[in-house]
Design a protein around this ligand. Structure first.
Ligand code: FDA
Length: 284
C-alpha cells in the first residue's frame, strides 16, 4: 500500500515501533494521530482521548518524542473555546512529562485561530508548546513580527518553519517555487537572528544547504534549532544531516485516516509515482 511508506501504521504501537527504529538512527520523532476537520465536539473529545493515551504510552519509553496536533481535529472551526480547552489539557499532560506539543498549521482559514490558540497556550506553557509558520503565505513576515513580540528568554517561542502544503489562492500565497524558497530563507534568517528556536522542516537540499551555511555564519548552537522531515521522505538527506552532527526530528503519523495525508503527499510531488514504483520493486 502506498501509504505504508509515509505512515507508521494504524495503531499506536506501530508509531512506538517506528519511533524506536528512528531513535536507533539518532533521530527523534514527533507523533501525529491522523485526522482533520472535526465538526462535532463529541468527536473532538475522542481525538483528545487518543492524544492523552498516546502521551502516557510514549512517556513509558526512553524516547525523545514530541507530539503534533491539528487543531481542526479538536473542533477549531466549530467551537474555539472548547478546542482551546481540549488542546490545553493535551499540553498540560505533555508538560507533566516535561514534553512538548506542536500546533500544526493548517489551511489559510485556520491561520488566525491557530496563532491565537498558540498565543494563549504559550502564555500558560511557554516551554511546552510550539507553532508552525508557512513560508508560502504572504502574511508570514507580519506573523513573524507577532511571534517575535511573544518571545523572551523566560517565554521562548518555538517555530517549525515549512513551505506550506495546502492549495491556496494567489492573493494570499506565493506560487512560484523559487519565490517560496526565497521567502523560506528570509523567514529562517529572521528566526535565527532573533534567537527563536526553529525546526527547519524541509526536504529541499538547496534549503538544507543554505540553512547549514546560516547556522555556521550566525554560530547558532544546537539548543536553538533542529532539522525536521516527514517519515518516509528523503531518508538519505536525513542521514547526511545527522552525520553532519545536526539534530533531526521526523514527523511520524499513524492512524486509520491515512487517505487525506497520503494523497496530499502524492499531489505535492508528481515524481512520487517513480519513487513508489522503485520502492515496490525494492520490497518485491
Ligand atoms: P519540496 O517539495 O521542494 O521537496 C524537496 C525534495 O524532497 C523533492 O525534490 C523530493 O526529492 C523530496 N520530496 C518532497 N516530497 C516528497 C515526497 N512526498 N515523497 C518523496 N520525496 C519527496 N505543511 C503545512 O502546511 N503545515 C504543517 O504544519 C506542516 N508540517 C510539516 C512538518 C514537517 C516535519 C515537514 C517536513 C513538513 C511539514 N509540512 C507542513 C509540509 C511542508 O509545508 C511542505 O509541503 C513539504 O515539506 C514539502 O516541501 P519541501 O520543503 O520538502 O520541498
Amino acid at each position: 500500500m502506498f501509504s505504508k511508506r509515509y505512515i507508521a501504521g494504524e495503531k499506536l504501537e506501530d508509531a512506538v515501533t517506528v519511533s524506536k527504529q528512528l531513535a536507533m538512527k539518532g533521530v527523534s520523532s514527533t507523533i501525529d494521530h491522523l485526522g482533520e476537520y472535526v465538526t462535532e465536539i463529541k468527536m473532538a473529545k475522542q481525538v483528545q482521548r487518543i492524544y492523552l493515551e498516546m502521551i502516557d504510552r510514549f512517556e513509558q519509553e526512553d524516547l525523545s518524542v514530541t507530539y503534533s496536533v491539528k487543531p481542526s481535529n479538536f473542533g477549531l472551526l466549530t467551537d474555539f473555546e472548547t478546542c482551546f480547552e481540549l488542546v490545553r489539557e493535551v499540553v498540560e499532560k505533555a508538560r507533566g512529562y516535561d514534553s512538548f506539543v506542536r500546533i500544526d498549521m493548517e489551511d489559510s482559514s485556520c491561520v488566525d485561530a491557530e496563532l491565537e490558540l498558540y498565543q494563549r497556550l504559550h502564555a500558560i506553557y511557554p516551554q511546552n508548546v510550539g507553532i508552525v509558520i508557512q513560508a508560502y503565505l504572504k502574511r508570514t513576515p507580519k506573523d513573524l513580527l507577532f511571534l517575535e513580540k511573544l518571545h523572551s528568554e523566560a517565554s521562548p517561542v518555538n517555530v517549525r518553519l515549512c513551505k506550506g502544503i495546502y492549495v491556496e489562492p494567489e492573493e494570499i500565497a506565493f506560487k512560484d517555487r523559487k519565490e517560496i524558497s526565497q521567502q523560506y530563507v528570509k523567514a529562517l534568517r529572521f528566526l535565527l537572528e532573533k534567537g527563536i528556536y526553529v525546526g527547519i522542516a524541509t526536504h529541499d537540499r538547496s534549503l538544507t544547504d543554505m540553512a547549514q551555511q546560516l547556522i555556521k555564519q550566525y554560530a547558532i548552537g544546537s539548543e536553538k534549532y533542529e532539522f525536521q522531515m516527514l517519515y518516509g521522505v528523503t531518508p538519505e538527506l536525513r542521514s547526511e544531516l545527522v552525520r553532519a552532527g545536526h539534530k533531526m526530528r521526523v514527523y511520524v503519523p499513524y492512524g486509520k485516516e491515512w487517505f487525506g495525508y497520503s494523497s496530499r503527499r502524492l499531489k505535492e510531488n508528481p515524481k512520487m509515482i517513480s519513487y513508489i514504483i522503485k520502492a515496490l520493486f525494492k520490497r518485491g
